[in-house]
Every structure is written in C-alpha cells, then in structure tokens.
Design a protein around this ligand. Structure first.
Ligand code: AMP
Ligand code: MG
Length: 321
C-alpha cells in the first residue's frame, strides 16, 4: 500500500519546475498540474505502472478510463484514428475544454489500463501554457484525471491538490486558479453518430453547430453506451471468466496472483499496483478461442484490489446476447 504522507511539494510553475516535472513523469512518477478546467493528476500514459499509480493515488474503487493529454494536435496521430470530421472539430475547439473519444490506433503506445481496456481512447489538448509545457517536457502523452481523492470535489487551486492527495503526488505545479473550473465536455466521435458523454466547458450546441448534426445525449437511451459514471460498454473478454479460482479446470487458462504457476501471473509478489498495471493486457492475452475460459485467482479486497475486483465481477457477469 502507498504510504499516505501528509506533505506535498508545491512549486511555482517556473521553467525549472516544469523541467523537473517532465523528468519525474518520464520516471513513472506523478505530477499534478493546472489546466484551464481543473488541476490534473498526471502520469505517463504509455507506462502501465504510472497509470496504476494514478488509480492508487485517487483511491477509486473502480477503473474509469482516463483522458490522455497532448501538447499539440499532431501528437494524437499515433495514439488514435483521426478522420476528417475529427480534424474539423479539433481545428475549431482545440486547445480547449473538449475531450474526444476516438478509436485506438493500431500500435497505439497508450496503456490499456488508461483506457480501462476499451478500444477507444479519450484525448484532449488543454488550453493552459503550464500543462502543455509539462507535456512537452515529458515528451509523451500524459494521462490525467482530476487531482483529488475519489469522491472529493475537483481541485481548482494547487492547495486543493495538496489537501486531497498529500505526498501521493511527487510534485504539484502551481499555476494559480483554473479559469474554467468545470470539467471538459466529452464527445464520442468513435461511432457514426457523435455522442455527448459528459457536458462540460464547451456547450453541446456549439458542437452541434460545428458538426451540422444533433448529438446523441446521455438521456437519449436508457442503455446509452459509454456514458460517464454509467459506462455500459466495459471491456469484457469473449471467453468465460471464473473468479476466485484456486486452479484451472481442463481447457481453462489460469490468471494467477502471488507465487503460483499460472498461464500468466498478474504479480508473482502479490503487489496489487503491479497487478492493476497488468490486468487488461493479460486479460486480452488470455482471451483466445483455444481456452474454454479464464480462471482467475482471488484478489484481496483492499487498495487497487477493489478496482480490480470491480472490473473482474463485471467481466464475469452474465452477458447480454
Ligand atoms: P475525468 O478524468 O474525471 O475528467 O473523467 C474522464 C471522463 O472521460 C470520464 O467521464 C470517462 O468516463 C470519460 N472517458 C475517458 N475515456 C473514455 C473512453 N475511452 N470512452 C468513453 N468515455 C471515456
Ligand atoms: Mg473527477
């Protein structure tokens, strides 16, 4: 478990502090930084362990997909698939409080944990010089949810981050108060019809005008897919998942935890942060027709184990056909 020390280091976002933040991010550490919406808790989005550390620091009992932040429009080209419609929206609204959910690019370097195993990735270019300078200094896309413990209000001042996260974050870059103060609008452009997943800093009407079409709204369907908070479209393996297994039945793959031989092992030492980092990549690796199912050993119900079990219970739940 992470030691919750009480003191956080807050530094004015000088060029030297931003450069240090870039080094920390490349090392897999977490850095909180200002954006125009709220302060973000940043980690290297291409590093599974850094992304697991974000979830650990937030203390969330589930894995929500995270927004991947970039410094320049061109930075998303290797991460996600970009079509003409997307380019037009970006030209009009980036940088700004608009997050786009787009299909994952083949060979995308973004951690599967960052997108909670989904085939889509949420990307955004923040309209804040400190945020973009930090992402450039890190030299990689940065996954960042709001920099607060789960359930607490979103932080719009560096002091809020310090109060909520303490030393769970390596460094807090202080860029003063956030201008917008509400979260980004989340627009899903991965399907044929654009869908509003979360209202935010960019009004839905402005998006509808730019796209020349109405948006599917969270209230349009009771079973609307991918809505934040009620994310119906979770990653689930195609083969059956069996929980709390002590051994594999014939034909099953065994996903182990702790010092046991398995087909794959989430963490031989039983480290739950390592297990979280490996979870989605290993589920995908075992989701093969040659296995009759995936048997998964018990995961302790503490720390990141809560989020791992939440996801595994969903994966094991009966599927709509
Ligand atoms: P936050 O990190 O608190 O700003 O929340 C990020 C929001 O983006 C959440 O509402 C997520 O559900 C949403 N989000 C991130 N990635 C995806 C994705 N791949 N598909 C759908 N929604 C996403
Ligand atoms: Mg939040």
């Amino acid at each position: 478990m992470t030691t919750a020390l009480t003191h956080a280091r807050i530094e004015t976002a000088s060029p030297a502090a931003i450069a240090e933040g870039g080094h920390l991010l490349r090392d897999g550490r977490l850095v909180a930084f200002p954006t125009e919406t709220v302060y973000g808790l940043g980690g290297d989005s291409t590093n599974d362990r850094a992304v697991a550390a974000i979830f650990e620091a937030k203390g969330r009992p589930s894995f929500n997909p995270l927004i991947v932040h970039v410094a320049d429009q061109a930075d998303i080209e290797t991460l996600v698939m970009v079509d003409e419609r997307t380019r037009a929206v970006i030209a009009r609204f980036w940088p700004g409080p608009l997050t786009l959910v787009l299909p994952r690019a083949k060979d995308s370097p973004v951690s599967l944990l960052a997108s909670a195993g989904l085939d889509t990735i949420a990307v955004r270019m923040p309209d804040h010089p400190v945020a973009r300078a930090l992402i450039r200094a890190a030299g990689r896309p940065i996954a960042a949810p709001s920099a607060n413990r789960s359930g607490a209000v979103s932080p719009t001042l560096a002091e809020h981050v310090a109060e909520s996260l303490g030393a769970r974050v390596g460094l807090i870059l202080d860029g003063g108060p956030c201008r917008v103060g509400v979260e980004s609008t989340v627009l899903d452009l991965s399907g044929e019809r654009p869908a509003l997943l979360r209202p935010g800093g960019v009004p839905a009407e402005a998006l509808e005008q730019a796209l020349g079409t109405t948006l599917i709204r969270p209230t349009d369907h009771a079973d609307a897919p991918k809505s934040p908070g009620m994310l119906a479209s979770h990653y689930a393996p195609k083969v059956a998942v069996r929980l709390n297994a002590t051994a594999a039945a014939p034909g099953e793959a065994l996903l182990a935890l702790g010092p046991t031989d398995g087909t794959l092992n989430l963490s031989p030492s039983g480290d739950l942060e390592e297990a979280a980092a490996n979870l989605f990549a290993m589920l995908r690796a075992l989701d093969r027709p040659e296995f009759t199912g995936i048997a998964i050993m018990p995961i302790p119900e503490h720390g990141l184990g809560l989020a791992i079990n939440d996801r595994l219970r969903r994966a094991a739940a009966p599927r709509p056909t």
